[in-house]
Design a protein around this ligand. Structure first.
Ligand SMILES: C[S@@+](CC[C@H](N)C(=O)[O-])C[C@H]1O[C@@H](n2cnc3c(N)ncnc32)[C@H](O)[C@@H]1O
Length: 214
């Protein structure tokens, strides 16, 4: 696979900061609620590049009888996800599992899913890898299954080298155009149920949320 080798190192080192920054941030809650409103009770939900489990932690409260699996290549992110979700589910039977795993290996996970989430993973993957993950996700969906995708667009730029705030890591960010993603989903027979864009307050970049159905 061709991802920037620093990506996982950077997320491992900055996992705690990422968690602190976003755990009380409500900027994506509207999108999470929208997704939750389309999820049937008892669904099997996969979150690719789950980070510290923010999305699963939100959905598990909205849909406590669903079965959640979060995967991420960063061990630190997975450790935080396990702790975070367990701490908010003390009295409930845990229905969330987290694994250190490359999202490119999605086909190694057995069975099919009612919902596959991919929240801010593809900005860190070159087009070839992003498209492959999306293709495999579409094929892993059950009939009427949902795909939840969030990513960053910048019409004037396809990619950009950015340096982490501590200056330790240089990451390539990829800005996949909306039309490209939509055409890909159409090719695999998915229909758009919901699409929304918002400007991220810190970076001023446009973020897109798309929910599509098989
Ligand atoms: C910006 S974070 C998003 C985390 C989470 N989805 C969220 O919305 O808060 C991107 C995540 O993707 C993970 N990641 C990057 N490349 C990956 C890959 N090939 N497979 C699995 N996880 C990956 C990183 O470790 C990081 O946790």
């Amino acid at each position: 696979m061709t991802f920037d080798t620093n990506v996982i190192e950077a997320f491992n080192e900055n996992a705690q900061k990422y968690f602190e920054r976003f755990k009380k941030d409500h900027q994506y809650h509207g999108w999470y609620l929208e997704l939750g409103s389309h999820i049937e009770n008892g669904s099997r939900v996969l979150d690719l590049g789950c980070g510290p489990g923010l999305l699963i932690n939100h959905l598990i409260k909205q849909k406590p009888d669903c079965q959640f699996l979060g995967i991420d290549m960063s061990e630190q992110m997975i450790a935080l996800a396990k702790k975070h979700v367990a701490s908010t589910q003390l009295n409930a039977q845990l229905s969330a599992e987290f694994r250190v795993m490359n999202a490119m290996d999605i086909n190694d996970i057995s069975g099919y899913f009612d919902v596959i989430c991919n929240a801010f993973l593809i900005p860190y993957l070159p087009p070839k890898d992003s498209f492959q993950i999306i293709e495999h996700s579409c094929k892993k969906l059950k009939p009427n299954g949902l795909l939840f995708l969030t990513w960053i667009v910048l019409p004037s730029l396809e990619r950009e080298k950015s340096v982490s705030s501590d200056g330790q890591h240089s990451l390539t960010m990829y800005y996949h155009p909306i039309e490209t993603i939509q055409k890909l989903l159409e090719r695999y027979g998915l229909k758009t149920l919901f699409m929304n864009q918002q400007v991220e307050p810190t970076s001023q970049k446009t973020e897109v949320c798309l929910i599509a159905q098989n």
